[in-house]
Design a protein around this ligand. Structure first.
Ligand code: 6PG
Length: 497
Protein backbone atom coordinates (compact mmCIF):
# COMPACT_ATOMS: atom_id res chain seq x y z
CA UNK A 1 0.00 0.00 0.00
CA UNK A 2 1.40 3.40 -0.90
CA UNK A 3 2.12 5.82 1.92
CA UNK A 4 -0.50 8.43 2.82
CA UNK A 5 0.19 11.89 1.43
CA UNK A 6 -1.01 15.12 3.05
CA UNK A 7 -2.75 18.12 1.47
CA UNK A 8 -0.60 20.81 3.01
CA UNK A 9 2.45 21.19 5.25
CA UNK A 10 2.84 23.62 8.13
CA UNK A 11 6.28 24.81 9.25
CA UNK A 12 6.10 26.31 12.74
CA UNK A 13 3.96 24.81 15.46
CA UNK A 14 3.63 27.87 17.72
CA UNK A 15 0.18 29.26 18.53
CA UNK A 16 -0.70 30.48 15.03
CA UNK A 17 0.74 27.51 13.11
CA UNK A 18 -0.93 24.86 15.24
CA UNK A 19 -4.32 26.60 15.21
CA UNK A 20 -4.27 27.08 11.44
CA UNK A 21 -3.34 23.41 11.04
CA UNK A 22 -6.28 22.30 13.22
CA UNK A 23 -8.58 24.64 11.31
CA UNK A 24 -7.43 23.12 8.00
CA UNK A 25 -8.15 19.61 9.27
CA UNK A 26 -11.64 20.72 10.39
CA UNK A 27 -12.23 21.72 6.78
CA UNK A 28 -11.17 18.39 5.33
CA UNK A 29 -7.49 18.98 4.56
CA UNK A 30 -4.85 16.66 6.01
CA UNK A 31 -1.78 18.37 7.45
CA UNK A 32 1.87 17.45 7.97
CA UNK A 33 3.80 19.46 10.57
CA UNK A 34 7.39 20.43 11.05
CA UNK A 35 8.99 22.61 13.70
CA UNK A 36 12.70 23.12 14.33
CA UNK A 37 12.03 22.18 17.94
CA UNK A 38 11.22 18.48 18.42
CA UNK A 39 10.04 19.20 21.98
CA UNK A 40 7.64 21.79 20.68
CA UNK A 41 6.24 19.42 18.09
CA UNK A 42 5.87 16.61 20.61
CA UNK A 43 4.18 18.78 23.21
CA UNK A 44 1.60 19.83 20.62
CA UNK A 45 1.10 16.27 19.34
CA UNK A 46 0.41 15.10 22.90
CA UNK A 47 -2.52 17.52 23.34
CA UNK A 48 -6.01 15.98 23.29
CA UNK A 49 -6.98 18.16 20.34
CA UNK A 50 -4.03 17.03 18.21
CA UNK A 51 -4.62 13.39 19.18
CA UNK A 52 -8.29 13.67 18.23
CA UNK A 53 -7.29 14.39 14.62
CA UNK A 54 -5.96 10.82 14.17
CA UNK A 55 -4.20 10.22 10.86
CA UNK A 56 -5.28 13.60 9.46
CA UNK A 57 -2.30 15.13 11.25
CA UNK A 58 1.27 13.92 11.15
CA UNK A 59 4.37 15.27 12.86
CA UNK A 60 7.68 15.06 11.04
CA UNK A 61 11.17 15.54 12.39
CA UNK A 62 13.23 16.66 9.42
CA UNK A 63 12.45 18.85 6.44
CA UNK A 64 13.23 15.90 4.17
CA UNK A 65 10.65 13.70 5.90
CA UNK A 66 8.21 16.65 5.93
CA UNK A 67 8.50 17.26 2.18
CA UNK A 68 8.18 13.53 1.42
CA UNK A 69 4.75 13.48 3.12
CA UNK A 70 3.16 16.09 0.82
CA UNK A 71 0.99 15.73 -2.27
CA UNK A 72 2.36 17.49 -5.36
CA UNK A 73 2.41 20.28 -6.24
CA UNK A 74 3.44 20.68 -2.63
CA UNK A 75 1.80 23.36 -0.54
CA UNK A 76 3.87 24.50 2.43
CA UNK A 77 2.79 27.25 4.81
CA UNK A 78 5.33 28.86 7.12
CA UNK A 79 4.18 30.45 10.37
CA UNK A 80 7.53 31.71 11.57
CA UNK A 81 8.41 34.69 13.73
CA UNK A 82 8.78 37.82 11.62
CA UNK A 83 11.70 40.17 11.98
CA UNK A 84 12.60 43.66 10.77
CA UNK A 85 12.96 43.80 6.99
CA UNK A 86 16.24 42.72 5.44
CA UNK A 87 17.95 45.76 3.87
CA UNK A 88 18.56 43.74 0.71
CA UNK A 89 20.69 44.95 -2.19
CA UNK A 90 19.88 42.01 -4.43
CA UNK A 91 16.92 39.77 -5.16
CA UNK A 92 18.31 36.86 -3.16
CA UNK A 93 17.78 34.98 0.09
CA UNK A 94 19.45 36.15 3.30
CA UNK A 95 19.32 33.05 5.54
CA UNK A 96 21.53 34.63 8.23
CA UNK A 97 19.26 37.63 8.56
CA UNK A 98 15.73 36.25 8.34
CA UNK A 99 14.32 32.98 9.69
CA UNK A 100 11.90 32.77 6.72
CA UNK A 101 14.83 32.99 4.28
CA UNK A 102 16.65 30.33 6.27
CA UNK A 103 13.73 27.87 6.03
CA UNK A 104 13.18 28.64 2.33
CA UNK A 105 16.84 28.01 1.53
CA UNK A 106 16.72 24.66 3.34
CA UNK A 107 13.52 23.68 1.53
CA UNK A 108 14.59 24.63 -2.01
CA UNK A 109 16.83 21.59 -2.63
CA UNK A 110 13.99 19.31 -1.50
CA UNK A 111 11.25 20.82 -3.70
CA UNK A 112 10.18 20.52 -7.33
CA UNK A 113 9.42 23.40 -9.65
CA UNK A 114 5.77 24.39 -9.30
CA UNK A 115 5.65 23.73 -5.56
CA UNK A 116 4.19 26.52 -3.46
CA UNK A 117 5.59 28.23 -0.37
CA UNK A 118 3.35 30.46 1.74
CA UNK A 119 4.61 32.90 4.36
CA UNK A 120 1.82 33.71 6.83
CA UNK A 121 3.86 35.81 9.26
CA UNK A 122 3.65 39.57 9.80
CA UNK A 123 6.41 40.04 7.22
CA UNK A 124 7.48 43.42 5.88
CA UNK A 125 6.20 43.71 2.30
CA UNK A 126 9.65 44.46 0.86
CA UNK A 127 10.82 41.02 2.00
CA UNK A 128 7.80 39.46 0.30
CA UNK A 129 8.49 41.40 -2.91
CA UNK A 130 12.06 40.09 -2.87
CA UNK A 131 11.09 36.47 -2.08
CA UNK A 132 8.36 36.37 -4.73
CA UNK A 133 10.77 37.57 -7.41
CA UNK A 134 13.57 35.26 -6.29
CA UNK A 135 11.40 32.13 -6.09
CA UNK A 136 9.60 32.89 -9.38
CA UNK A 137 12.96 32.97 -11.14
CA UNK A 138 13.66 29.48 -9.78
CA UNK A 139 10.25 28.21 -10.90
CA UNK A 140 8.61 28.07 -7.45
CA UNK A 141 5.31 29.61 -6.48
CA UNK A 142 5.22 31.98 -3.53
CA UNK A 143 2.52 33.64 -1.48
CA UNK A 144 2.96 36.15 1.32
CA UNK A 145 -0.33 36.27 3.16
CA UNK A 146 -1.60 38.45 5.95
CA UNK A 147 -3.29 36.40 8.67
CA UNK A 148 -5.38 38.32 11.15
CA UNK A 149 -7.52 37.30 14.08
CA UNK A 150 -5.00 36.09 16.63
CA UNK A 151 -5.16 32.64 18.18
CA UNK A 152 -8.94 32.29 18.07
CA UNK A 153 -9.14 33.58 14.50
CA UNK A 154 -6.51 31.10 13.35
CA UNK A 155 -8.47 28.26 14.94
CA UNK A 156 -12.01 29.25 13.92
CA UNK A 157 -11.69 31.54 10.91
CA UNK A 158 -9.12 34.27 10.29
CA UNK A 159 -9.14 37.05 7.76
CA UNK A 160 -6.54 36.18 5.12
CA UNK A 161 -4.85 38.60 2.73
CA UNK A 162 -2.78 36.66 0.17
CA UNK A 163 -0.44 38.23 -2.36
CA UNK A 164 2.55 36.90 -4.29
CA UNK A 165 2.93 35.32 -7.72
CA UNK A 166 -0.56 35.20 -9.29
CA UNK A 167 -0.14 31.60 -10.55
CA UNK A 168 0.12 30.56 -6.89
CA UNK A 169 -3.39 31.56 -5.94
CA UNK A 170 -5.42 28.74 -7.59
CA UNK A 171 -3.11 26.16 -5.97
CA UNK A 172 -4.17 27.09 -2.45
CA UNK A 173 -7.36 29.10 -2.89
CA UNK A 174 -9.71 26.23 -1.84
CA UNK A 175 -7.82 25.68 1.43
CA UNK A 176 -7.38 29.34 2.42
CA UNK A 177 -10.96 30.29 1.55
CA UNK A 178 -12.32 27.24 3.40
CA UNK A 179 -10.52 28.06 6.66
CA UNK A 180 -11.21 31.81 6.60
CA UNK A 181 -13.99 33.64 8.43
CA UNK A 182 -17.24 34.01 6.47
CA UNK A 183 -19.55 37.02 6.23
CA UNK A 184 -22.58 38.04 4.20
CA UNK A 185 -26.30 37.46 4.63
CA UNK A 186 -25.87 33.69 4.19
CA UNK A 187 -22.53 33.53 5.99
CA UNK A 188 -20.82 32.20 2.88
CA UNK A 189 -18.58 35.05 1.69
CA UNK A 190 -14.98 34.17 2.64
CA UNK A 191 -12.81 36.83 4.31
CA UNK A 192 -10.01 35.73 2.01
CA UNK A 193 -9.37 36.74 -1.55
CA UNK A 194 -6.43 37.47 -3.79
CA UNK A 195 -5.03 40.90 -2.94
CA UNK A 196 -2.41 41.44 -5.62
CA UNK A 197 1.08 40.76 -6.85
CA UNK A 198 4.22 40.26 -4.77
CA UNK A 199 4.09 42.10 -1.43
CA UNK A 200 0.53 43.44 -1.79
CA UNK A 201 -0.97 41.00 0.73
CA UNK A 202 1.57 41.77 3.40
CA UNK A 203 1.25 45.51 2.78
CA UNK A 204 -2.52 45.27 3.23
CA UNK A 205 -2.05 43.25 6.44
CA UNK A 206 0.43 45.81 7.75
CA UNK A 207 -2.04 48.59 6.93
CA UNK A 208 -4.74 46.60 8.77
CA UNK A 209 -2.47 46.63 11.80
CA UNK A 210 -1.88 50.38 11.39
CA UNK A 211 -5.64 50.91 11.48
CA UNK A 212 -5.76 48.54 14.48
CA UNK A 213 -3.27 50.81 16.27
CA UNK A 214 -5.43 53.88 15.52
CA UNK A 215 -8.65 52.13 16.55
CA UNK A 216 -7.11 50.96 19.83
CA UNK A 217 -5.74 54.42 20.66
CA UNK A 218 -9.12 56.05 19.95
CA UNK A 219 -10.80 53.58 22.31
CA UNK A 220 -8.12 54.41 24.91
CA UNK A 221 -8.83 58.13 24.46
CA UNK A 222 -12.54 57.48 25.08
CA UNK A 223 -11.73 55.35 28.14
CA UNK A 224 -9.40 57.99 29.53
CA UNK A 225 -11.77 60.92 29.20
CA UNK A 226 -14.71 58.93 30.60
CA UNK A 227 -12.59 57.82 33.54
CA UNK A 228 -10.91 61.13 34.24
CA UNK A 229 -13.51 63.74 33.29
CA UNK A 230 -16.55 61.82 34.52
CA UNK A 231 -14.95 59.53 37.08
CA UNK A 232 -16.62 56.53 35.39
CA UNK A 233 -16.09 53.28 37.31
CA UNK A 234 -15.09 50.03 35.63
CA UNK A 235 -18.66 48.80 36.02
CA UNK A 236 -19.93 51.94 34.27
CA UNK A 237 -17.28 51.64 31.57
CA UNK A 238 -18.38 48.07 30.93
CA UNK A 239 -21.99 49.24 30.55
CA UNK A 240 -21.00 52.17 28.32
CA UNK A 241 -18.89 50.06 25.95
CA UNK A 242 -21.56 47.35 26.01
CA UNK A 243 -24.18 49.90 24.92
CA UNK A 244 -21.84 51.37 22.28
CA UNK A 245 -21.36 47.91 20.83
CA UNK A 246 -25.05 47.93 19.89
CA UNK A 247 -24.58 51.08 17.76
CA UNK A 248 -22.64 51.84 14.58
CA UNK A 249 -19.46 51.32 16.67
CA UNK A 250 -20.22 47.58 16.85
CA UNK A 251 -16.85 45.86 16.51
CA UNK A 252 -14.55 43.25 17.96
CA UNK A 253 -12.33 45.84 19.66
CA UNK A 254 -15.29 47.54 21.41
CA UNK A 255 -16.60 44.11 22.45
CA UNK A 256 -13.31 43.00 24.03
CA UNK A 257 -12.95 46.41 25.70
CA UNK A 258 -16.35 45.90 27.36
CA UNK A 259 -15.27 42.43 28.53
CA UNK A 260 -11.92 43.67 29.88
CA UNK A 261 -13.70 45.92 32.42
CA UNK A 262 -15.44 42.88 33.92
CA UNK A 263 -12.32 40.85 34.70
CA UNK A 264 -11.09 40.59 38.29
CA UNK A 265 -7.50 40.09 39.37
CA UNK A 266 -7.44 36.55 40.81
CA UNK A 267 -4.88 37.64 43.44
CA UNK A 268 -6.70 40.64 44.89
CA UNK A 269 -10.25 40.37 43.54
CA UNK A 270 -9.93 43.95 42.29
CA UNK A 271 -10.42 44.97 38.64
CA UNK A 272 -7.51 43.56 36.65
CA UNK A 273 -7.39 46.59 34.33
CA UNK A 274 -6.20 48.76 37.22
CA UNK A 275 -3.33 46.37 37.98
CA UNK A 276 -1.85 46.49 34.48
CA UNK A 277 1.22 48.70 34.00
CA UNK A 278 0.40 51.57 31.63
CA UNK A 279 3.31 50.88 29.30
CA UNK A 280 2.33 49.60 25.84
CA UNK A 281 4.32 47.11 23.78
CA UNK A 282 4.57 47.00 20.00
CA UNK A 283 5.98 44.54 17.50
CA UNK A 284 6.55 46.95 14.65
CA UNK A 285 3.73 46.85 12.11
CA UNK A 286 2.31 50.19 13.32
CA UNK A 287 5.74 51.77 13.02
CA UNK A 288 6.17 50.31 9.50
CA UNK A 289 2.77 51.71 8.44
CA UNK A 290 3.79 55.12 9.64
CA UNK A 291 7.26 54.95 8.06
CA UNK A 292 5.79 53.88 4.74
CA UNK A 293 3.15 56.64 4.88
CA UNK A 294 5.99 59.14 5.28
CA UNK A 295 7.78 57.57 2.31
CA UNK A 296 4.64 58.02 0.22
CA UNK A 297 4.03 61.53 1.55
CA UNK A 298 0.52 60.70 2.77
CA UNK A 299 -0.81 61.96 6.11
CA UNK A 300 -1.57 58.77 8.08
CA UNK A 301 -1.36 60.84 11.22
CA UNK A 302 -3.63 58.63 13.33
CA UNK A 303 -1.40 55.57 13.15
CA UNK A 304 1.68 57.75 13.67
CA UNK A 305 0.13 59.38 16.72
CA UNK A 306 -0.95 55.98 18.02
CA UNK A 307 2.65 54.73 17.70
CA UNK A 308 3.90 57.85 19.54
CA UNK A 309 1.25 57.35 22.23
CA UNK A 310 2.67 53.85 22.80
CA UNK A 311 6.20 55.31 22.87
CA UNK A 312 5.35 57.90 25.53
CA UNK A 313 3.43 55.29 27.52
CA UNK A 314 6.56 53.13 27.53
CA UNK A 315 8.57 56.03 29.06
CA UNK A 316 6.99 55.18 32.39
CA UNK A 317 9.95 56.23 34.51
CA UNK A 318 10.37 59.54 32.71
CA UNK A 319 6.64 60.27 33.03
CA UNK A 320 6.69 59.47 36.74
CA UNK A 321 9.59 61.89 37.25
CA UNK A 322 8.00 64.62 35.11
CA UNK A 323 4.68 64.26 36.94
CA UNK A 324 6.48 65.31 40.13
CA UNK A 325 7.80 68.47 38.49
CA UNK A 326 5.42 69.72 35.82
CA UNK A 327 2.03 71.15 36.68
CA UNK A 328 -0.93 72.14 34.51
CA UNK A 329 -4.69 71.66 34.30
CA UNK A 330 -5.42 68.47 36.19
CA UNK A 331 -7.96 66.67 38.31
CA UNK A 332 -11.04 68.82 37.61
CA UNK A 333 -14.23 66.94 36.73
CA UNK A 334 -16.65 67.66 33.93
CA UNK A 335 -19.57 69.66 35.31
CA UNK A 336 -22.27 69.31 32.62
CA UNK A 337 -24.84 66.64 31.76
CA UNK A 338 -23.12 63.30 32.27
CA UNK A 339 -25.29 61.18 30.02
CA UNK A 340 -25.14 63.72 27.20
CA UNK A 341 -21.35 63.81 27.51
CA UNK A 342 -21.07 60.00 27.24
CA UNK A 343 -23.06 60.22 24.01
CA UNK A 344 -20.73 62.95 22.75
CA UNK A 345 -17.71 60.76 23.44
CA UNK A 346 -19.39 57.95 21.48
CA UNK A 347 -20.02 60.23 18.54
CA UNK A 348 -16.48 61.61 18.78
CA UNK A 349 -15.12 58.08 18.65
CA UNK A 350 -17.16 57.35 15.54
CA UNK A 351 -16.05 60.53 13.74
CA UNK A 352 -12.40 59.91 14.65
CA UNK A 353 -12.64 56.28 13.53
CA UNK A 354 -13.95 57.38 10.14
CA UNK A 355 -10.94 59.72 9.81
CA UNK A 356 -8.56 56.86 10.72
CA UNK A 357 -10.02 54.58 8.05
CA UNK A 358 -10.10 57.42 5.52
CA UNK A 359 -6.36 57.89 6.05
CA UNK A 360 -5.70 54.15 5.83
CA UNK A 361 -7.47 53.77 2.50
CA UNK A 362 -5.70 56.83 1.05
CA UNK A 363 -2.39 55.21 2.00
CA UNK A 364 -3.45 51.95 0.35
CA UNK A 365 -4.43 53.70 -2.86
CA UNK A 366 -1.14 55.61 -3.02
CA UNK A 367 0.86 52.47 -2.19
CA UNK A 368 -0.89 50.63 -5.02
CA UNK A 369 0.26 53.32 -7.45
CA UNK A 370 3.79 53.40 -6.08
CA UNK A 371 4.35 49.64 -6.01
CA UNK A 372 2.25 48.79 -9.07
CA UNK A 373 -0.52 46.75 -7.47
CA UNK A 374 -4.08 46.60 -8.70
CA UNK A 375 -5.85 46.83 -5.33
CA UNK A 376 -9.63 46.55 -5.03
CA UNK A 377 -10.30 48.71 -1.97
CA UNK A 378 -13.93 47.63 -1.58
CA UNK A 379 -12.97 43.96 -1.57
CA UNK A 380 -10.25 44.65 0.99
CA UNK A 381 -12.85 46.30 3.27
CA UNK A 382 -14.96 43.14 2.93
CA UNK A 383 -12.01 40.90 3.86
CA UNK A 384 -11.74 42.91 7.10
CA UNK A 385 -15.47 42.58 7.76
CA UNK A 386 -14.94 39.30 9.65
CA UNK A 387 -12.19 37.30 11.32
CA UNK A 388 -9.64 40.05 11.87
CA UNK A 389 -8.91 42.33 14.81
CA UNK A 390 -10.50 45.42 13.24
CA UNK A 391 -13.63 43.53 12.16
CA UNK A 392 -16.63 45.81 12.41
CA UNK A 393 -20.08 46.30 10.96
CA UNK A 394 -18.88 49.67 9.70
CA UNK A 395 -16.62 47.99 7.11
CA UNK A 396 -19.73 47.03 5.15
CA UNK A 397 -20.30 50.77 4.62
CA UNK A 398 -16.73 51.20 3.43
CA UNK A 399 -17.20 48.41 0.94
CA UNK A 400 -20.41 50.08 -0.30
CA UNK A 401 -18.56 53.39 -0.67
CA UNK A 402 -15.84 51.88 -2.88
CA UNK A 403 -18.38 49.79 -4.82
CA UNK A 404 -20.27 53.00 -5.61
CA UNK A 405 -17.06 54.78 -6.64
CA UNK A 406 -13.91 52.64 -7.05
CA UNK A 407 -11.88 55.84 -7.57
CA UNK A 408 -13.20 57.53 -4.41
CA UNK A 409 -10.50 60.03 -3.45
CA UNK A 410 -11.20 59.93 0.27
CA UNK A 411 -13.81 58.08 2.34
CA UNK A 412 -14.85 61.41 3.86
CA UNK A 413 -16.19 62.42 0.44
CA UNK A 414 -18.56 59.45 0.18
CA UNK A 415 -22.14 60.67 0.87
CA UNK A 416 -22.71 58.30 3.82
CA UNK A 417 -19.41 59.09 5.55
CA UNK A 418 -19.62 62.81 4.75
CA UNK A 419 -22.94 63.02 6.51
CA UNK A 420 -21.82 60.73 9.39
CA UNK A 421 -18.66 62.73 10.06
CA UNK A 422 -20.37 66.11 9.67
CA UNK A 423 -23.08 65.22 12.14
CA UNK A 424 -20.53 63.85 14.68
CA UNK A 425 -17.99 66.65 14.20
CA UNK A 426 -19.44 69.02 16.85
CA UNK A 427 -19.22 66.18 19.41
CA UNK A 428 -15.61 65.44 18.48
CA UNK A 429 -14.75 69.13 18.78
CA UNK A 430 -16.46 69.45 22.15
CA UNK A 431 -14.83 66.33 23.55
CA UNK A 432 -11.37 67.51 22.43
CA UNK A 433 -12.11 70.98 23.91
CA UNK A 434 -13.14 69.44 27.23
CA UNK A 435 -10.07 67.21 27.29
CA UNK A 436 -7.81 70.18 26.53
CA UNK A 437 -9.42 72.27 29.27
CA UNK A 438 -9.12 69.48 31.82
CA UNK A 439 -5.55 68.52 30.83
CA UNK A 440 -6.51 64.98 29.74
CA UNK A 441 -4.38 63.68 26.84
CA UNK A 442 -6.49 62.47 23.90
CA UNK A 443 -3.88 62.13 21.14
CA UNK A 444 -6.08 60.13 18.77
CA UNK A 445 -9.15 62.37 19.02
CA UNK A 446 -7.08 65.56 18.68
CA UNK A 447 -5.21 64.18 15.67
CA UNK A 448 -8.43 63.12 13.96
CA UNK A 449 -9.93 66.58 14.42
CA UNK A 450 -6.78 68.27 13.12
CA UNK A 451 -6.83 66.00 10.08
CA UNK A 452 -10.50 66.74 9.43
CA UNK A 453 -10.00 70.50 9.79
CA UNK A 454 -6.88 70.46 7.60
CA UNK A 455 -8.38 68.29 4.90
CA UNK A 456 -11.45 70.52 4.52
CA UNK A 457 -9.36 73.75 4.41
CA UNK A 458 -8.85 75.11 0.95
CA UNK A 459 -6.08 77.37 2.33
CA UNK A 460 -3.46 76.32 4.88
CA UNK A 461 -0.51 78.34 6.23
CA UNK A 462 2.00 76.53 4.02
CA UNK A 463 2.47 79.77 2.04
CA UNK A 464 4.47 80.97 5.04
CA UNK A 465 6.55 77.78 5.10
CA UNK A 466 7.36 78.33 1.42
CA UNK A 467 8.33 81.95 2.11
CA UNK A 468 10.60 80.88 4.99
CA UNK A 469 12.23 78.16 2.86
CA UNK A 470 12.82 80.64 0.07
CA UNK A 471 14.14 83.26 2.55
CA UNK A 472 16.82 81.07 4.11
CA UNK A 473 17.51 78.58 1.33
CA UNK A 474 16.33 80.03 -2.00
CA UNK A 475 14.10 76.96 -2.35
CA UNK A 476 11.65 78.95 -4.56
CA UNK A 477 7.86 79.05 -4.33
CA UNK A 478 4.85 78.84 -6.63
CA UNK A 479 2.31 81.68 -6.92
CA UNK A 480 -1.47 81.47 -6.61
CA UNK A 481 -1.98 83.88 -9.50
CA UNK A 482 0.03 82.04 -12.19
CA UNK A 483 -1.59 79.23 -14.21
CA UNK A 484 0.96 76.52 -13.34
CA UNK A 485 2.25 78.25 -10.20
CA UNK A 486 5.62 78.89 -11.86
CA UNK A 487 8.86 78.99 -9.89
CA UNK A 488 9.81 82.21 -8.10
CA UNK A 489 12.54 83.41 -5.83
CA UNK A 490 12.63 86.65 -3.87
CA UNK A 491 15.66 88.32 -2.33
CA UNK A 492 13.90 88.63 1.01
CA UNK A 493 16.78 90.43 2.75
CA UNK A 494 16.72 93.14 0.15
CA UNK A 495 12.93 93.34 -0.01
CA UNK A 496 12.21 93.41 3.74
CA UNK A 497 11.26 96.69 5.39
C1 6PG B 1 -3.87 40.43 14.00
C2 6PG B 1 -2.97 41.20 14.90
C3 6PG B 1 -1.69 40.47 15.09
C4 6PG B 1 -0.89 40.94 16.28
C5 6PG B 1 -0.44 42.35 16.16
C6 6PG B 1 0.01 42.90 17.48
O1 6PG B 1 -4.24 41.00 12.99
O2 6PG B 1 -4.20 39.30 14.33
O3 6PG B 1 -2.71 42.45 14.36
O4 6PG B 1 -1.01 40.51 13.87
O5 6PG B 1 -1.63 40.77 17.43
O6 6PG B 1 0.61 42.36 15.27
O7 6PG B 1 0.80 43.97 17.18
P1 6PG B 1 1.57 44.79 18.25
O8 6PG B 1 2.28 43.81 19.14
O9 6PG B 1 2.50 45.64 17.47
O10 6PG B 1 0.52 45.55 19.00
Amino acid sequence: MSEKLYDIGMVGVAVMGRNLALNMIDHGFDVALFDASRDYTDSFMSTEEAKSKGDKLVATYSLKEFVSKLKTPRRIMMMIKSVDPVPALDVALYPDKAPVDSVISQLIPLLDKGDLLIDGGNTHFTDTERRTKYLSKLGFNFIGTGVSGGEEGARKGPSLMPGGSPESWPIVKPILQAISAKVGANGDVPCCDWIGERGAGHYVKMLHNGIEYGDMQLICDAYWILKNALGATNQELCEIFGAWNKTELNSYLIEITRDIFTVEDPETGEPLIDKILDSAGAKGTGKWTSQLALDLGVPSSLVTEAVYARCISAMKGARARASEVLTGAQGAKFQGDREAFVEKVRRALYAAKICAYAQGFVQLREAAKEYDWNLNLGRIALLWRGGCIIRAVFLERIKDAFDADPNLENLLLDPYFKSAVESAEPALREVVKTAVELGIPVPGFATALTYFDSYRSERLPANLIQAQRDYFGAHTYRRVDKPDGGSFHTDWLKAKK
